[in-house]
Design a protein around this ligand. Structure first.
Ligand code: FER
Length: 313
């Protein structure tokens, strides 16, 4: 019998004890070639890069048998960043009423997506509706904006997705979100204006945005989630310059990645930094790639903690 020491994966661990985290890519550095290379990076797992949760149960992302009781609307707002009128998809929970204020989750899409990616591809509306119906999530408003803050914010053709121009729109969205979208949502809907009732999360490029904007605006967001975050993610020391402040102000910080995803080192870098600086967070490494299955399943676990269960002190 071959001694376990010589098994290939142990050898890999011995030669490369830690994954080298991918450095932040600024829009000017984004190209189809760099994206291809990033997606092909070898996955090197540490011992704690394991599941926090099983995959979400069967049917979790299917509309309830009796049909959706909540509704999805298209919301329009004026942006001083793009100089245009922009669209966001808004989910309103069952029995939505102006008699009460609702917490709000802002959900950000990936580099090739738009305001329909979360509802149309991942079925975020059905996921959250099922959780609310089962008493596992609090009734909340979910805002799914277009995170590409450009005058033309349509997804570019495939050969232009990994371009400085497209990636630049995702940086500009920070001011659009904070100065234009959030005030407009609060003016139109019965939304709480309290930071403890506001969350920011996203997938891939949107995961990077959620970490970049959420963690550096703790006056605005108390619940932050990055799923399969992309190389637009800032270095962790910029995201969390003061661990004591993060510990104090964050109600929930949730990071996830599939262990088949070449971008996992982005999230690993943030996780290791948070661990070193003792900032409580959830770290869920599932068996997926860079795909809708990991995003749906992680939204399922993230959203049921929102506005209730804190993992911070
Ligand atoms: C990159 C690879 C992937 C990158 C962005 C992505 C900015 C984003 C992927 C997605 O949103 O799905 O090199 O650079």
């Amino acid at each position: 019998m071959k001694p376990a020491l010589f098994k290939a994966h142990y050898l890999v661990l011995l030669l490369f004890p830690a994954a080298t985290a991918l450095a932040q890519e600024t829009p000017g550095q984004v190209s189809p070639e760099s994206a291809r290379a990033n997606f092909r990076r070898p996955v090197v797992l540490a011992v704690d890069d394991v599941r926090a949760f099983p995959d979400a149960p069967a049917g979790f992302n299917k509309p309830p048998a009796g049909g959706m009781q909540g509704r999805v609307e298209i919301f329009e707002y004026d942006s001083t960043v793009t100089g245009t009128r922009r669209k966001a998809v808004v989910y309103l929970p069952p029995h939505y009423s102006s008699d009460r204020k609702y917490p709000v989750l802002y959900l950000l899409h990936g580099i090739g997506g738009n305001e329909w990616e979360w509802s149309g591809y991942v079925h975020a509306d059905a996921i959250i509706e099922n959780l609310i119906a089962g008493g596992k999530a609090v009734p909340m408003i979910v805002v799914m904006p277009n995170g590409r803050a450009l005058a033309d914010d349509r997804p570019p053709p495939p050969d232009k997705i990994y371009s400085p121009q497209n990636a630049g729109g995702f940086v500009k969205f920070e001011r659009d979100l904070l100065d234009c979208l959030i005030p407009a949502i609060q003016a139109k809907f019965s939304a709480s204006t309290n930071r403890e009732q506001r969350s920011l999360a996203g997938l891939s490029m949107g995961g990077g945005q959620a970490l970049n904007f959420g963690l550096t605006h703790l006056d605005t967001f108390a619940w932050v989630g990055g799923f399969s975050s992309a190389p637009n993610t800032k270095p962790p020391a910029e995201l969390v310059p003061d661990a004591a402040v993060a510990r104090e102000r964050l109600k929930l910080l949730y990071l996830s990645s599939g262990n088949q995803d070449g971008l996992i080192s982005v999230s690993q870098g943030v996780h290791v930094y948070l661990q070193t600086h003792r900032v409580p967070h959830i770290w869920n490494v599932d068996d997926h790639g860079h795909d809708g299955e990991t995003w749906g399943s992680n939204l399922y676990y993230f959203s049921q903690r929102l506005f209730v269960t804190t993992n911070q002190k």
